[in-house]
Design a protein around this ligand. Sequence first.
Ligand code: NA7
Length: 544
Amino acid sequence: MSDEMENLPAQPGIADFDAIIVGAGFAGMYMLHRLRELGLSVRVYETGEGVGGTWYWNRYPGARCDVESLEYQYGFSDEIQRDWTWRERYATQPEILRYQNYVADRLDLRRDIQFETRVSAAIYDERAGLWTVETDRGERTNTRFCIMATGCLSAARVPDFIGLDDFEGQWYHTGDWPHEGVDFTQKRVGVIGTGSSGIQSIPLVAEQAAHLTAFQRTANFTLPAGNRPLTSDEVARSRETLLDDRKRARTTPGGIIAFEYNETLVDDMTPEERDRELDSRWHKGGFAFLGAYADLMATHEANHHAAEYARTEMRKVIENPEIADILMPDDHPVGVKRLCLDTGYLETFNASHVDVVDVRASPIERITPRGIVSGGKEYEVDCIVFATGFDAMTGALTSIDIAGRGGVKLKEKWAAGPRTYLGLGSAGFPNLFFITGPGSPSVLSNMIVSIEQHVDWIGECIGRLTSGNVRSIEATAEAEDLWVAHVNELADMTLFPQANSWYMGANIPGKPHVFMPYPGGVGVYGEKLAEVAAADYAGFALNA
Ligand code: NA7
């Protein structure tokens, strides 16, 4: 661009759409609905052939949400919730995907969604004050507002193992599972990874497989989910209370009302009281275990009691003590990597056709045409399941070529870790919004509550901009710096930074180790969002 052009005043250009939304999962679907209510023209681009996002891609056996179904649903419409019936305490992937399709039908969302289209770039045109969005179909579309509803766990990652191309069997990633399903009958299966996806899928794959070998780098804390069918009374009660429950959920730390926090410090409890609390929560199932006392996630001393309790319970169900030793988590405090909820995971290792290889002690060296080599030994398999996780929180965003003011690339700006104000926007990227972006509660909360919190805020903001005389909104560098420092400060008051987790970017070689979600809780965060909006978007620059 010449100097002469740089000096020209911004000329509002003519947009093809008022807003473009990237992604048609829970976030993109609700954002589309909200913006339509404002009377805006909206286009959604979605890579998949249908709505669903996470629940469209993660079709592996055993895939289930770890937040209870009565809380893991939209809370913005009484009609929608009243006409849907959840069947189990924790919904399966097919049930959640059916629900999303039901919502898409009810709101007639698909007419504004272009499927099978991946957004490859979003470039800000400063003179026109518009974003140009490019897709892998070669389209270029202009928009005033660009909203990334790209999900926190959507960039599936297969590690760069030497030899994978030569593998003669079939391989799959849990986050990109074949729609027609996979039949493992008579197969020798290697599952690499024992996070939630490995822990959920291993029992079901083992039911079919001739032999299953789990390749475990980190033993994880896992507790029985306690899944069961919901009673008709529970469903009926929830129908009457959902909207009020949702208001309450927004004031809680995790956006989950079933998760009750005990405010007492562990040192103020007797050992019997402490163990009673841990015991009742363990057997109830769910994340409530981590709320057994106030400092469980704050100090090693406090955490240790819960971790010991968990290990004792986990050991009880494993028959072979040597296998139990391998499966026992001992290198991180409980809860700092995402706690897993399982159905029969540890019990699966009591079967004679299931074993586990500790690849922390002997990392996977390579894949051969016939199997997986670790510790100099080749484990022959017919199929490999990569339950190896995601480039979490930032991967889906940095895989799009996003360029803001002055052509600055988001990926370069975030090279040392994501920088946002409130997880909603980033300085230098006007009118670009992230739903549940890094720096917001996101993955530490009930995602749907956090999604609704963000969509409502963004919707109100865009409504105010479009009805007023404001062309664009953009986080200031000062507000962003303070927010990033604040998130780090809060994270340092917890044990979170002390594990090699995907919260820290530690699962991706070369990714900076920075704690990405906001750990202050949905309630406190919501108050901050409301204050910022009430103060005419303090910390954002509004440009006429
Ligand atoms: P996770 O939780 O990131 O788990 C991935 C697993 O894969 C974990 O056990 C990793 O070990 C393991 N892994 C990753 N790379 C390798 C290599 N190179 N070698 C061996 N093992 C490896 O992903 P999930 O899909 O299970 O769950 C993601 C979230 O989805 C979950 O938390 C829920 O919120 C839903 P590591 O722990 O890094 O040592």
